[in-house]
Design a protein around this ligand. Structure first.
Ligand code: ADP
Ligand code: MG
Length: 298
């Protein structure tokens, strides 16, 4: 979680005057939230996919956006990552407005999309190098960054092999390494473990958790798996039909429902109980997409 680093530490003699103070302390930097959405809205035709979403994610949090298929999670994330322009409202990342300065926002973000993005005919290392060039990682540090990202995801030994020899869990970790290569301040993961078996899912999460301990990074993720959200998220939002229905720590949200409530109960309470909430064709498309992803992950 975020800590307060402002103010003068104990044992430091107070400066003689306020003029001195300005030279001793670093320039005042407001503690910016990692993500702020205000009235964020997006429509596909007449269908409102994201409906006036207000959301604040603090720096250093692991935040879960939960909701059934079609709730609007991916559309929210695509606005945040500057791939879609908000139709109403705004979203800012570390104080930078995504619509006004998309390139600045992109440089601060690592994004693992719902669809797979690794090239099976390249080696793991080549895939990560490709992203390093795409993200304009300076040449001098590129090699170190690539090796660092591979190591952080436990892929150093497999890095020289073609990706088509990787297991599903390894491919997901490779995609994480790709997203990490530009040292993002905000890591955005859309359904990072869909289609993986329980062991591979745990594996992916353990690597993300370890990363969180070493880097000053905020993680925003979507998932269908309530057990994952419960274990790994500091806070979650329940999204349903384009709106945020509840936000809080998993513990608080469960406690609000009753003594033995699980996060599954919370999910059902706020989303009407189904994993698939589409009134339109999107549901089927999303399920097909998830199946395709699952097949590719093997
Ligand atoms: N490219 C698109 N064209 C038309 N409708 C879309 C498109 N993408 C998403 N939608 C619709 O917007 C709604 C929200 O979708 P999405 O953000 O993908 O939800 P989630 O990620 O929560 O499953 C759904 O009803 C979906 O069918
Ligand atoms: Mg989605």
């Amino acid at each position: 979680m975020t800590g307060q680093h402002d103010g003068v530490g104990q044992g430091v003699a107070p400066p003689a005057s306020s003029t001195d103070l300005a030279t001793v302390l670093p320039p005042a930097e407001p503690r910016r939230s990692a993500v702020v959405c205000s009235g964020l809205t997006y429509r596909f035709g007449t269908h409102t996919a994201v409906d006036h979403v207000d959301l604040r994610i603090e720096r250093g949090e692991t935040f879960g956006l939960l909701g059934p298929n079609g709730a609007g999670k991916t559309t929210t994330i695509r606005m945040l990552t500057t791939l879609l322009r908000p139709m109403e409202g705004s979203v800012s990342v570390l104080g930078i407005d995504a619509a006004a300065q998309p390139m600045r926002v992109r440089r601060m973000i690592g994004y693992v999309p719902q669809l797979l993005s690794a090239d099976a005919t390249l080696t793991g290392r080549e895939n990560v190098e490709l992203f390093a060039r795409l993200f304009d990682v300076p040449r001098k540090v590129r090699g170190d960054r690539v090796e660092g990202a591979l190591a952080a995801m436990g892929l150093t030994e497999a890095a020289g092999r073609q990706v088509k020899t990787y297991s599903g869990g390894m491919i997901r970790r490779l995609e994480l390494a790709q997203a990490l290569v530009n040292s993002p301040r905000l890591l955005v993961l859309d359904e990072p473990t869909v289609g993986l078996d329980p062991l591979a899912r745990t594996d992916v999460w353990e690597f993300i958790a370890k990363l969180r301990e070493t880097a000053d990074m905020t993680v925003l993720m979507t998932t269908h798996y309530m057990d994952e959200a419960d274990t790994y998220c500091d806070r979650v939002s329940l999204m349903h039909r384009g709106s945020i229905r509840a936000t809080g720590t998993p513990g608080l949200l469960k406690a609000m429902l009753g003594d033995n409530a699980t996060l599954d109960d919370v999910f059902r309470h706020y989303t009407g109980g189904t994993l698939d909430d589409n009134t339109e064709t999107g549901g089927i498309r999303d399920v097909r997409r998830a199946r395709r992803t699952a097949r590719r992950l093997g």
